[in-house]
Design a protein around this ligand. Structure first.
Ligand code: PMP
Length: 339
């Protein structure tokens, strides 16, 4: 394996993650199923890429200046907040992070640990002014009105998010597979990963199949199929993915060919299999992405290459996905080594 060059701090260490051949998924399908190890970014998730892209863009626009006082405000399911807070620490800025209190305790504890000014809020639908996205926007506006350099990262509609994935994640997958990738599957929170990778791969080969992976109870897969958004009651145990009632700006116009809705039990089966059979500890969205990759590979037939995203690590969900009581409360099977 070629050694990577020396990196400068958090800002230099994001990107260039390994692409891992997933053995069981590959054997089951006769295809090559590849997972991009995003849990190996310095903040532990795929969202480090978006966080860095958004802050680099803010610096280029002169909205934040390295080493001078500044504040980053964002509403997040947790991972973007972790990336933003760490990147902000490395430049001497503060971070104010608004998170729905339903997100895993591990993510909230980690945000506190790394010095984010954490503002947990009750989970509310997007149409409610108390939704975490609106709370974070208003906070940023109030701080801007009071003076000082403050940005609202606005990961859902700020296209610096998907540009980071177009310039890095997508290009990396193309180069690591030496152009033999046939399909790519990915779940969406903001849609930055899916849209950015889709744009990068389609620009190099327009026959690469792009498939949205969606949790049950999300409106995005029905939107891909029917072209309209019908509000749904999101009820998956996965975090950071699916949308109940809207298509974020980063997802609009993305070249998506089809969509797969994946039940939690099918996603979890891959979370557990990757852990105990391959030594890869991942979170729920990664399991859902692999489940979709397996479905797509089976439909394509043997001999194809399907890439997907291993968004973050399992330790972030110890109290939920790996907690027998939680699993039982959701009617989900408890794996034998946890029971
Ligand atoms: N998986 C996890 C664990 C996440 O936190 C997120 C982002 N909230 C995603 C997947 C989705 O990534 P994106 O915002 O690029 O669609």
């Amino acid at each position: 394996m070629p050694a990577l060059p020396i990196a400068d701090g958090f800002w230099g260490a994001v990107h260039n993650t390994p692409l891992i051949r997933l053995q069981r998924a590959s054997e089951e399908t006769g295809c090559e199923i590849l997972g991009k190890a995003e849990f190996m970014n310095p903040g532990g998730s795929v969202k480090d890429r978006a966080a860095l892209g958004i802050l680099q863009d803010a610096v280029e626009q002169g909205l934040l200046v390295p080493g001078q006082p500044g504040t980053v405000v964002e509403g997040t399911a947790g991972n973007t907040g972790i990336g933003l807070a760490l990147a902000a620490n490395a430049r001497g800025w503060r971070s104010v992070i608004v998170v729905p209190e339903t997100q895993s305790r591990e993510k909230l504890d980690f945000l506190r640990m790394i010095g984010a000014d954490l503002r947990p809020v009750p989970a509310k639908p997007y149409a409610d002014p108390g939704n975490y996205v609106h709370v974070s926007r208003r906070l940023a506006e109030e701080m801007q009105a009071a003076g000082g350099r403050t940005i609202w990262a606005n990961q859902f509609d700020n296209l610096a998010n998907r540009r980071a994935h177009e310039q890095y994640t997508g290009r990396e997958i193309w180069e690591q597979t030496e152009g033999r990738v046939d399909a790519f599957t990915c779940a969406c929170g903001t849609g930055g990963t899916l849209a950015g990778v889709a744009l990068a791969l389609k620009a190099r080969n327009d026959r690469v199949r792009i498939v949205l992976a969606d949790p049950e109870g999300s409106a995005l897969a029905p939107w891909v199929k029917a072209g309209t958004v019908k509000a749904t009651p999101g009820n998956s145990i996965t975090e950071g993915i699916g949308q109940a009632a809207r298509v974020p700006g980063n997802l609009e116009g993305a070249p998506i060919d089809s969509a797969e809705t994946i039940p939690d039990a099918e996603a979890l089966q891959w979370v557990f299999s990757l852990l105990v059979e391959e030594g890869l500890s991942v979170g729920g969205s990664a399991g859902l992405n692999v489940a979709a990759a397996v479905r797509v590979a089976k439909a394509l037939g043997p001999g194809h290459t399907v890439a997907t995203i291993l968004c973050d690590g399992g330790a972030r969900y110890q109290s939920k996905l790996f907690n027998p009581e939680f699993l039982r409360s959701k009617g989900l099977p408890v794996p034998h080594w946890l029971a």
